[in-house]
Ligand binder design. Sequence first.
Ligand code: AMP
Length: 393
Amino acid sequence: MTLTREPLIGVLNAGSSSLKFGFYEGETRLLGGEVEGVGISPKARAVGPDGAAIAPPPLGDAPASNSSELLSVIMSWARERLGGRRLAALGHRVVHGGLRHSRPVRVTPELLAELDALVPLAPLHEPHNLAPIRMALRLEPDLPQVACFDTAFHRSAPEIEQAFALPYSLFEEGVRRYGFHGLSYEYIAAALRVRAPELADGRVVVAHLGNGCSACAIKAGVSVATTMGFTALDGLPMGTRCGELDPGVVLHLIQQKKMSAEALVDLLYRRSGMVGLSGVSSDFRELLASSDPRAKFAVELFCYRVARHVASLAAALGGLDAVVFTAGVGENAAPVRAAICRACAWLGLDLDEAANRDHRPWISTPSSRVKALVIATDENLMIARHTRAVIAL
Ligand code: AMP
């Protein structure tokens, strides 16, 4: 008997100092892992199909000043582990797909040139996403590659959602709300179809609360509004990013405090949010464990702002059937979920405190009109699914 195997798909998710990777056969992740501290002191970890730790890619002889330099080490480690099986394609997370891309696409040199032009829109992410694609194109020119965009899922949002109240010509030039975390939202929308089909066609706010935070209004599986904007700075406060901010503050910092563009980038992307407010940490584990009143203040402000945005997104949806929590904070920080849900009680959300403390998937009471759920996101699996679909075309 011959067994037809599903094509083997590699997934790379390259950030500024980390590189996440996965190798998938169908829905099964055969290998997964991450290199952290890229460019500083890289450390790798990896897991096998059962999630148990295995020997990671050997970084000893890798230069590793950036994630693209790690590519050949990871690829040969994976091939050895996978018994030399042929890789059908490599899928990548690319933060910004601009106006043109509402779905994943096959990588070509023309596409890379087009994505290069988007670097100024996501200066801290896009170059890191593109570097391993270029490297793979050089090392393995025959290996199909697919770019999966974090902005793509939001291209369905209506123009009134995407436009800022600036001169219309700027909107036409592309100064608009793109939204991010789209791969995560798409995964959750698909997961809802399986876990809670009665909600999948309803009005759902998904709160992706991790190092980066945003929320998305999803109606019948389609994004209609989201909190992140032109860049990944807008909307909810985050670990180190400010979230929504009166643009007058930026003018004040430039005009009165004479801050340079570089200093502002550093302030708004790296020194604001939870770390800026608390002076303690960007990590909710540390904030929740801290007795520092400013850590408490930062967490309170965070929950307050998330709840305000949930209500704003409910308005965009014309009502609310469910709130889904996901990503590092959303999946793990029960006190944060509790505070947000309590602040949403007026919308009809009745929190089941015990279920929330126990991290159960359903954290609203059975009689709650608005349901609350916790669903673990899996952007890499979403990339693997997309990549498989694109190369099958
Ligand atoms: P992500 O970007 O989705 O990987 O989320 C990372 C963030 O999730 C970390 O910086 C922490 O703030 C948060 N986090 C992870 N685990 C926990 C936990 N057990 N309790 C509270 N926060 C957590």
